[in-house]
Design a protein around this ligand. Structure first.
Ligand code: UN1
Length: 499
């Protein structure tokens, strides 16, 4: 299959050419499952960003004039190649990021789905045609491209999240400067090779590897970039918003989460356990949508805890390429240390450890970054582990006496990405749908598993009002233009001549 599993150096792709920065600092792309070096990326400079932006700006003039259905056809072809290379890309994804192979396949599928969905938008990209208040006058609104889109994407979904941003940007007639995370350069490299393979005109997608501090910052500040779309931490997102806001750039942010599953006392507990385990420990808890709190009705707390611990004991930790493994490694040593630090915080605040709580060690695990699936109970709402995003396989259980209390606890954190409730009661279901203050709500399912044709994003410190994926993504990457055509042959003054 046409996928380079071990590229030595992942080069930038600027104006249709692969270019390495020979002087840039080299950073190794490490397989978190075993420490193996998969390749190297050289860190780029402000100059590389400038070159990429110039190329994107030039290309945008003609790209915007390519009929949108034709732009959509490029996406269909990209979708086809993604489908052909799905298995190879998934294996590479597991190797560079650590998620288990079934999840990696799911992530590549997410990019495929997005390619077809947004490809179809090439034939819609709908505005509105509405009546004018004046006779012999036509009124309509059109979507037009914003210009050059600067995309900054994270390592936890190196191809899916990139596809959520790149595809709507392209179909709407924008060109792209993309900075992927330095922890996952190989998937970015393979993704751009596909854009090259379908003959996307030069300059339409440009790839610049580098640090957030240098490349990300240069993108945010470059006058040639019109919109920034970022997924990552709330801390960095807020910094970007400040800088770009001053320059009057549009900014779309997807940031942290502290997502909860509520389990009421009428819930199907087996189903709840399935949903909680999958959304708390899948991707080793490294999803913005991961469940990190269970808010359980006191009547079923002991029973639920017992079942959860029993299930955790059956989970297999290891290299995600092994099909029988349930939990892969976390991304790097730094992440492992951060998760470890929370263990002390939790214990010092009085949380009770039910299982896990330390690095997973022994045999092959010693050469990777593994953490045991961890559950704390008797967590109270004021504890740090009940409020802060940990981004690892750590779950906190909080007990409540009513739906009102559960909703209140769900909503009192800073974040508002995803939430879930397990109940068989229709009244409780609809109250939860209305009152849970998150951008995504699940009924009788865990907090992960968003589909690409619905808006993805959240409230409060999770976002700034925009959404990735779904039709909503087009709002990020288009400006509205209202057009009035007066065919009356005379001056008609709105609000005056007709009143
Ligand atoms: C993320 O964690 O940043 O809903 C994205 C989900 C996936 C996407 C997660 N489809 O869990």
């Amino acid at each position: 299959m046409d996928v380079t599993v071990k590229a030595t150096v992942y080069k930038n792709y600027i104006n249709g050419e692969w270019k390495a920065n020979p002087d840039g600092e080299k950073v190794a792309n490490i397989n978190p499952a075993n420490g193996e070096v998969l390749g190297y990326v050289t860190l780029s400079t402000e100059r590389d960003v400038d070159e990429a932006v110039r190329a994107a700006k030039e290309a945008q003039k003609s790209w915007a004039k390519v009929p949108a259905p034709k732009r959509g056809e490029y996406l269909f072809r990209i979708g086809e190649i993604l489908r052909e290379r799905k298995e190879a890309l998934a294996r590479l994804l597991t190797q560079e990021m650590g998620k288990v192979i079934a999840e990696a396949r799911g992530e590549v599928q997410e990019a495929i789905d997005m390619a077809y969905f947004m490809g179809g938008e090439g034939r819609r990209l709908a505005g509105q045609t509405v009546p004018s208040e004046l006779p012999d006058k036509h009124a309509m609104s059109l979507r037009v491209p914003v210009g050059v889109a600067g995309l900054i994407t994270p390592w936890n979904f190196p191809i899916a999240i990139a596809s959520w941003k790149i595809f709507p940007a392209l179909v709407a007639g924008n060109t792209v400067v993309w900075k992927p995370a330095t922890d996952t350069p190989a998937l970015a490299y393979e993704f751009v090779k596909i854009f090259e393979a379908v003959g996307l005109p030069k300059g339409v997608v440009n790839l610049v590897y580098g640090s957030g501090g240098t490349v990300g910052r240069a993108m945010v500040e470059h006058p040639g970039i019109d919109i920034i779309s970022f997924t990552g931490s709330t801390e960095v997102g807020s910094e970007i918003n400040g800088r770009a806001g001053k320059l009057l750039k549009r900014v779309s942010l997807e940031m942290g989460g502290k997502n909860a599953v509520i389990v009421m006392d009428d819930a199907d507990l087996d189903l709840a356990v399935d949903g909680i385990i999958w959304s708390a420990f899948g991707t080793a808890g490294q999803r913005c949508t991961a469940c990190s709190r269970v808010i359980v009705h006191r009547n079923v707390k002991a029973e639920l805890e017992e079942r959860l611990v029993r299930r955790v004991e059956s989970l297999k930790i290891g290299d995600g390429l092994d099909e029988s493994v349930d939990i892969g490694p976390v991304i790097n040593e730094k992440a492992l240390k951060q998760i470890e630090a929370y263990m002390d915080v939790a214990k010092s605040e009085g949380a009770v450890l039910l299982c896990g709580g330390r690095r997973a060690e022994g045999g092959a695990l010693d050469s990777g970054y593994y953490f045991e699936p961890t559950i704390f109970t008797d967590v109270t709402r004021d504890m740090r582990i009940a409020k802060e995003e940990i981004f690892g396989p750590v779950l906190s259980i909080l007990a409540v006496d009513s739906l009102d209390e559960a909703i209140e606890i769900n909503n009192e954190v800073n974040y508002g990405l995803s939430s879930a409730i397990f109940t068989r009661d229709t009244n409780q279901t609809f109250r939860a749908m209305r009152e849970l203050d998150t951008g995504i709500v699940y009924i009788n399912a865990g907090t992960t598993g968003a589909e690409i044709h619905l808006p993805f994003g959240g409230t409060k410190a999770t976002g700034n009002g925009h959404r990735d994926s779904g039709i909503a993504a087009l709002d990020v990457f288009t400006e509205w233009k209202s057009v009035y055509v007066d065919y009356s042959g005379k001056l008609q003054r709105a609000q005056i001549d007709n009143n």
